[in-house]
Design a protein around this ligand. Structure first.
Ligand code: FAD
Length: 470
């Protein structure tokens, strides 16, 4: 194959120039590079907020490529068909992509790779979406880890490959293939007017992610270990889950940037890296247990008396439970497309324990609302809190929203921001959302739908019954 024939670089969840193995290898060949994004109906079935955020990522990255004299070619359809069309149109001799370990993507990519090779093309996949690939971190007996601490100990002791530099240039083909128009895909459509509001809270693109990383490492990382659970200090954490979810920054870039700073080795920096390790752990688990978003990871939970969609679940979704902390957090999610980790644990516990609603119901709502939606972290997070997951919180650990508020929002500023229409701050929730959402003053019940004590007792009773097989 001529080294100067074009290479298709197939972007998926890796909208970055930096540490992008597929792109770097294509550029190194010296021939034309044709960047492509394919909206594949088989795997790109996204909730409203992630679909909108994908649109932002594509638009932004397309503009970055254009600034380099390149383009992002858009096609919609079955990936293999689209790639074959593009190979025929451009005369490409190779297709490159970075691996993404969502099970349906893995299965599709396997077929695509085999078919392209049969067509006589070079089909190469690259690493870089996690610190180390799932099959590289194994127990002594060669099995996947099931518990986080030994997993992290093992991963922390391994070399993390250095990030690859961004390509200096991306040679254009003689003729660009046709591209569909992003606007015609209507990816943001399901957000309706909510898109405008969430947009005010999103940080889009590679440059914004790198700036945020620098800002975090110059400041908050010093107090990260102490403050990361504080709901009233939103800047205490990095906020990098959003660009990580869309591949606008690589975990290896984050890891090595931390290691190159004065903060390296401090308590804050080590804690931060170990949190990044949870992301790897989630993908490690998802890779070995593809049904993470559907089935209980631990045996014995299939008989738990979960309730399905019901009025309680709807009140929870809309922030109308009457429990202040829960309602504030659910509104944070709806307005910003994000939620603090402490709040995610708290609302997940409330839904699955106080309301006994199946974790899948909550998982799907998050999948619909999060702009940092990540199938592995979301699946693991829900099962971890519910008790059915890997390394799970013990079932009897029922988060008490009132105690959590005292500890992590002692002056009530987090709750005020999302519940009080007169609160200070440009994002005061009730002023930002349209009236038609029905979340205004007076909409929340004065008393919770179930008391903290009754909810806890009912949950523990259900757990006891499950354990004793009643
Ligand atoms: P930081 O505290 O700055 O941490 C740095 C990075 O470490 C994060 O960006 C993230 O990549 C990783 N990380 C931190 N905590 C976790 C964790 N518990 N699990 C996995 N990775 C972690 N995270 C997502 O990215 N997408 C999701 O869809 C998602 N759903 C969740 C659902 C539930 C029920 C729970 C309990 C957690 C979920 N998480 C999810 C994990 C966590 O809440 C977010 O990663 C975190 O809030 C992101 O904020 P940050 O970037 O400021 O984190």
């Amino acid at each position: 194959m001529s080294t100067t024939s074009p290479t298709l670089v197939w972007f998926r969840r890796d909208f970055r120039l930096d540490d992008n193995g597929a792109l770097a290898a294509a550029a190194e060949k010296g021939g034309p590079v044709v960047p492509v994004f394919i909206l594949d109906p088989d795997v790109d079935q996204l909730g409203a907020a992630p679909a909108w955020r994908l649109e932002q990522a594509i638009e932004h990255f397309g503009a970055v490529l254009e600034g380099m004299g390149s383009r992002l070619i858009l096609r919609r359809g079955k990936a293999l068909d689209m790639l074959r069309d593009l190979v025929a149109e451009t005369g490409a001799g190779a297709v490159h992509w970075n691996r993404y370990y969502q099970p349906q993507v893995v299965a599709r990519d396997r077929e695509v790779k085999a078919a392209l090779k049969e067509d006589g093309l070079e089909a190469c996949s690259f690493d870089g979406m996690v610190l180390r690939d799932p099959w590289e971190v194994r127990t002594q007996s060669g099995d996947p880890y099931r518990v986080y601490s030994p997993f992290w100990k093992s991963l922390r002791g391994m070399d993390i490959p250095a990030p690859r530099d961004p390509p200096g240039a991306l040679p254009a083909p003689d003729t660009w293939p046709e591209s569909e128009r992003l606007a015609d895909w209507g990816l943001g459509g399901a957000m309706n007017r909510g898109a405008e509001i969430v947009a005010g809270h999103a940080r889009i693109g590679e440059a914004a992610a790198r700036d945020r990383l620098d800002e975090f490492l110059d400041g908050s990382v010093a107090r990260y270990a102490a403050d990361r659970n504080r709901l009233d200090r939103p800047d205490a954490t990095s906020g990098l889950s959003e660009p990580l979810a869309w591949g606008e920054i690589s975990p290896r870039r984050i890891f090595h940037t931390v290691q190159g700073r004065d903060a390296a080795g401090t308590k804050g920096a080590e804690k931060f890296l170990s949190e990044l390790g949870w992301r790897d752990f989630a993908w490690h688990i998802h890779h070995s247990f593809p049904a993470l978003a559907e089935e209980n990871w631990s045996d014995g939970w299939d008989n738990f008396p979960w309730r399905e969609e019901n009025d309680d679940a709807e009140a929870w979704q809309r922030g109308l439970t009457g429990e202040e902390m829960v309602d504030a957090a659910m509104r944070e999610l709806y307005v910003t497309g994000r939620m603090h980790n402490r709040a995610r644990m708290l609302v997940a516990s409330y839904l699955t324990k106080h309301y006994l609603v199946h974790w899948r119901v909550g998982l799907r709502w998050f999948e619909h609302c999060l702009i940092d939606w990540d199938p592995a972290s979301n699946g693991m997070g829900w099962q971890w809190v519910a008790g059915s997951g890997p390394d799970a919180a013990p079932y009897f650990r029922v988060f008490n929203p009132a105690l959590q508020a005292e500890k992590f929002d002692p002056k009530g500023s987090y709750r005020r921001l999302y519940l009080d229409p007169e609160a200070d701050g440009a994002n005061a929730f009730l002023r930002a959302v349209p009236r038609s959402w029905g979340l205004g003053e007076g909409a929340r019940p004065d008393t919770p739908r179930i008391s903290l004590k009754d909810g806890r007792d009912r949950a523990l009773g259900a757990y006891e019954a499950m354990k004793s097989g009643r």
